[in-house]
Design a protein around this ligand. Structure first.
Ligand code: UDX
Length: 434
């Protein structure tokens, strides 16, 4: 099938690369020439394990290319995926401006086309967007009759760091279609994948995406709240999580307590769903609480640090981990941002390290950085682990203690063996261990 993908961000690139890998003719479109040049040189404009290789392979066997010729390439394809960003505005509402300009471009492209065409929204959008914003815009700009256009919504459930694996081994594919053209086209495109394919309306697909992300975020905030209770009652939350996770209705996944969730999806999506519901006069108490707990967690890390150091002013504090999770350079909504900012405001001498996230973090906060964990922790009064990278999990604790000035070790992700840390002589504290 001839596929055009608008937007060469995270979702667009992974979608384009994996569809090309299935043998489709894919063109990835973006207005930014620099990104397209990078892509056409076989390099991924974003850091994602395995993506470079898949892009190179697609370019080599001519199933994949990038282009800034947006309208012409849309016209020459059978199906167009909209994979543009849907950021939040300052009130948490979804900003649909990229969605609107993508649908206008599609409308203009289709003006001179005589064959049928399918448009699928893959960007995360609030319910009704595909039917009430994208479709009318395309019809208006193209002058097309409704019956020639296939319209659908097909959400992605990709995790950063394992996006290629997730795209190639989906748990389920949600086929939200407003008509038979979109339904049949998506079923054909995804026929190589043997997982469950759920057919529904576009608005249902839109809500499935938000509900899934919000549920996972809520699960994290819930366990964080229980972990905070475990802290004061002298209970090890890891054992509680194990006991909970053995119930197949609960499942053992997403029960890791700590500094809270970050990233480009969970915080934005929970806020957008709550804001969209409020606009429709449904107040979400659950989502509000999910966000509140998530804001509290990094503050608990700061409090633990203050309790141990007395005052933090003038103390050297090493922050290990700036990315919102391991194996990514993405620092968006990272909990480290809150911890670093608060400690700097309180006058601490903060020095940070992250294997991949330092350049991106530098754009948010001008904090001192060290090129290695060893240099960051040299003569530190306190070390705080904020991201559970393997390099931190494998730290030699005896050498770490020798290098430090003090012995306070705060583990915001339960990355280390608490018994070992105690044995070595650390004043070790983590969320969910009394
Ligand atoms: C998430 C969803 O998993 C994915 O399906 C969706 O498409 C996009 O959002 P991602 O943001 O890449 O993916 O990261 P994920 O691995 O889900 O982790 C999100 C955040 O939750 C991270 O900050 C992580 O540290 C935190 N987390 C995760 C916990 O604090 N505890 C857990 O048990 C799991």
């Amino acid at each position: 099938m001839k596929v055009s993908v608008i937007g060469t961000g995270y979702v667009g690139l992974v979608t384009g690369a994996t569809l090309a890998d299935l043998g489709n003719q894919v063109v990835c479109l973006d207005i930014l020439e620099e990104k397209i040049n990078t892509l056409n040189s076989g390099k991924s404009p974003i850091y994602e394990p395995g993506l470079d290789e898949l892009l190179k392979q697609g370019l080599k066997n001519k199933n994949l290319r990038g282009s800034t010729e947006i309208e012409q390439n849309i016209r020459n394809s059978d199906i167009t995926f909209i994979c543009v960003g849907t950021p939040s505005d300052k009130n948490g509402n979804i900003d649909l401006s990229y969605i609107k300009s993508a649908s206008s471009a599609i409308g203009r492209a289709l003006r001179d086309k005589n064959e049928k065409h399918t448009v699928i929204v893959k960007s995360t959008v609030v319910p009704l967007t595909t039917e009430e914003v994208v479709m009318p815009n395309i019809l208006k700009k193209s002058g097309w009759k409704r019956e020639n256009l296939g319209i659908g919504m097909n959400p992605e459930f990709l995790r950063e760091g394992s996006a290629i694996h997730d795209a190639q081994n989906p748990d389920r594919i949600v086929i939200g279609s407003a008509d038979d053209i979109a339904r049949e086209t998506l079923n054909e495109l995804y026929s190589p994948y043997k997982c469950t394919k759920l057919e529904c309306s576009p608005r249902t697909a839109e809500l499935i995406k938000y509900a899934s992300n919000s549920f996972l975020a809520t699960k994290i905030s819930f366990v964080n709240e229980i972990a905070n209770m475990s802290n004061v009652w002298g209970i090890d939350f890891q054992e509680v999580a194990e006991g909970m996770g053995l119930d197949s209705r609960i499942s053992a996944e997403f029960l890791r307590a700590g500094a809270g969730f970050g990233g480009s999806c969970f915080p934005k999506d929970v806020k957008a769903l709550a804001a969209a519901a409020k606009k429709s006069k449904v107040e979400s108490l659950m989502l509000k609480a999910t966000l509140e707990v998530n804001d509290i967690q990094p503050k608990i890390i700061v409090k633990m640090t203050e309790e141990r150091l007395g005052v933090v002013k003038g103390k050297k504090i090493a922050i290990l981990g700036l990315a919102f999770k391991p194996d990514t350079d993405d620092v968006r909504e990272s909990r480290s941002e809150i911890v670093v900012r608060e400690l700097m405001e309180k006058g601490a001498n903060v020095i940070a390290h992250d294997p991949e996230g330092m350049p991106n973090f530098k754009e948010i906060i001008d904090v001192k950085m060290a090129p290695t964990p060893e240099l960051a922790t040299e003569k530190a009064d306190c070390v705080i682990i904020m991201t559970e990278w393997n390099v931190y999990k494998n730290l030699d604790l005896e050498l770490l203690l020798e290098r430090m000035n003090g012995n306070v070790l705060i583990d915001g992700r339960r990355a280390l063996d608490s018994n070992l840390a105690d044995k070595v002589g650390f004043d070790y504290k983590t969320i969910g261990l009394g």
